[in-house]
Design a protein around this ligand. Structure first.
Ligand code: FAD
Ligand code: NAI
Length: 475
């Protein structure tokens, strides 16, 4: 007799493990299958998906270490602290990062035990409809019966034709997080989120970093003012970002790679580097799911086709996270996970896709929520803007971080906040206030009338709200 569950979750990333825990909390019998190659100390697949194993968490650990290294080398002196020239022990840095990954991925196994979620080791693949309704899914060698299935299989790095990734010299995100020595010269293809974050890590540690970006505009997903400020600051830091580049051949050399490309003026160029990171976006994981066999519909970009509540075209089959449309972000996957579990339980699960924040963990950090100024213009929406620099903020000066600004965009007619864009220290934390405000449908006036602690960076958010009504107090 096959194993039977109310709910089977395929994939144990942030979407999958959160869906499994929430469904179990709601009284379902739940299993979650995972097949990744990242074995834990017991030789079992690790939970946590891309995020915990080769994404959000390890990259932030390296960003923190490299930030401290840069501060010790370049910022301490100005505050009267002498530590001599700092040295980096790359193996120790990577070991610390691996320790955090082991701790957190193991922690999710603990959460599964606590919530009575059964973990199944193995690749999940649809077999067909179950005999008494529901679905049969093959996990490894056994067949599991589940009344409902949540597909949370995530995504993998997109590779480019003719540029084989060995994760030693030519790396995707996995290899980029495990480089064993600071490269003298590092080339990166793609000035998106990974390119900027990993480029920052290795530049801070001493690599000469060149990022080749195909698009003519830098960071076009961000608000235009933020992108401009970021380009200026990153150039000053020594990140060499070349936009409008057309990639040519990538050849292995004795010491690394040689990348041929045409620059924005069409001139043939060559870039030699010890290492190359390819970070040109991610593709959904649907291989081996037998989607076609059971008629699970994919969209034009190979993602599982879902409605606004993550229902697929098959009854009782849901899909969440990177494998469906929308931003490929861990917190978006987790929101969808909770929504689906609650909908399965007959509750009013909901995910507000208009208030999902974005954060890029460079220094300064970049964070935003809602519409950019260019989107509002394109949509013909009349807006007002309040923009305040961190330069005018006492806390930012005290921290030695008077860089960047907060820009708030509000509806010209109703004053409702439509977007908040931050480039500056702790933007990743500051953006939460904007998300809460937007979730509550706040006007800029609401934020302007709320008391913000002094001295804090959040006062700049406050001043930006005041500036929407042209009455900032400290600028
Ligand atoms: P995943 O995390 O990809 O998990 C899917 C899991 O399913 C995987 O473990 C996979 O092995 C498993 N699987 C796939 N197919 C099957 C199958 N058939 N059977 C069994 N198991 C299967 N997002 C943020 O919000 N903040 C960040 O700071 C951030 N930083 C990132 C940094 C990097 C370098 C990268 C690469 C990504 C980063 N992301 C970040 C994105 C984030 O990691 C993803 O959006 C998130 O992990 C998606 O969660 P998911 O559960 O949908 O998929
Ligand atoms: P990305 O989509 O952020 O950026 C890819 C970049 O590569 C784009 O600027 C694109 O124009 C460029 N590009 C594509 N093809 C190219 C080519 N042939 N030559 C040169 N440039 C080319 O993708 P990235 O950086 O790989 O990250 C994947 C996803 O992972 C992100 O979109 C995000 O969803 C997630 N992520 C999130 C993070 C965060 O939240 N802080 C951190 C890292 C990743």
């Amino acid at each position: 007799m096959s194993k039977q569950f109310d709910v089977l979750v395929i994939g144990g990333g942030p979407g999958g493990y959160v869906a499994a825990i929430r469904a179990a909390q709601l009284g379902f019998s739940v299993a979650c299958c995972e097949s990744n190659p990242y074995a834990d100390p017991k030789g079992e697949p690790r939970l946590g998906g891309t995020c915990l194993n080769v994404g959000c968490i390890p990259s932030k650990a390296l960003l923190h270490t490299s930030h401290m290294f840069e501060e010790a080398g370049h910022e301490f002196e100005a505050q009267g602290i002498s530590v001599g020239t700092p040295k980096i022990d790359v193996a120790k840095m990577i070991g610390r990062k691996n320790g955090i990954v082991t701790q957190l991925t193991g922690g999710i196994k603990g959460l599964f035990k606590k919530n009575k979620v059964t973990m199944l080791n193995g690749h999940g693949s649809f077999v067909g409809a179950g005999k008494e309704g529901g679905w049969q899914v093959k996990v490894g060698d056994e067949v599991v019966d589940a009344k409902q299935v949540i597909v949370a299989t995530g995504s993998k790095a997109r590779h480019l034709p003719g540029i084989p990734v060995d994760n030693k010299i030519v790396c995707d995100n996995a290899g980029a997080l495990d480089i064993d020595a600071v490269p003298k010269k590092l080339a990166i293809i793609g000035a998106g989120v990974i390119g900027l974050e990993m480029g920052s890590v290795w530049r801070r540690l001493g690599a000469e970093v060149t990022i080749l970006e195909a698009m003519p505009d830098f960071l076009s997903v961000a608000d235009v003012d933020v992108a401009k400020e970021a380009a200026k600051v990153f150039a000053k830091q020594g990140l060499n970002i070349l936009t409008g580049v057309k990639l040519g051949e990538v050849k292995a050399t004795k010491k690394g790679v040689s990348v041929s490309y045409a620059d924005k003026d069409g001139k043939a160029q060559k870039l030699d580097a010890d290492r190359l990171i390819v970070s040109v976006g991610r593709i959904p994981n649907t291989d081996g799911l037998n989607a076609e066999g059971v008629g699970l519909k994919l969209d034009e970009r190979g993602r599982i086709d879902v409605d606004g509540h993550c229902r697929t075209n098959l009854p009782g089959v849901w899909a969440i996270g990177d494998v469906v449309s929308g931003p490929m972000l861990a917190h978006k996957a987790m929101e969808e996970a909770v929504m689906v579990a609650e909908l399965m339980a007959g509750q009013a699960g909901h995910c507000n896709f208009d208030t999902i924040p974005w954060v890029i963990y460079t220094s300064p950090e970049i964070a935003w929520v809602g519409k950019t100024e260019q989107q509002l213009k394109a949509d013909g929406i009349a807006y007002k803007a309040g923009k305040i620099p961190f330069l005018a903020n006492g806390r930012a000066l005290g921290m030695g971080a008077p860089v960047g600004f907060v820009k708030m965009l509000a509806c010209a007619q109703t004053d409702r906040i439509l977007g908040v864009h931050i480039i500056g220290a702790n933007a990743s934390e500051l953006i939460s206030e904007a998300v809460v405000a937007m979730e509550f449908g706040a006007a800029s006036e609401d934020l302007a009338r709320i008391c913000h602690a002094h001295p804090t960076l959040s006062e700049v958010v406050h001043e930006a709200a005041l500036a929407c009504d042209k009455r900032p107090l400290h600028f």
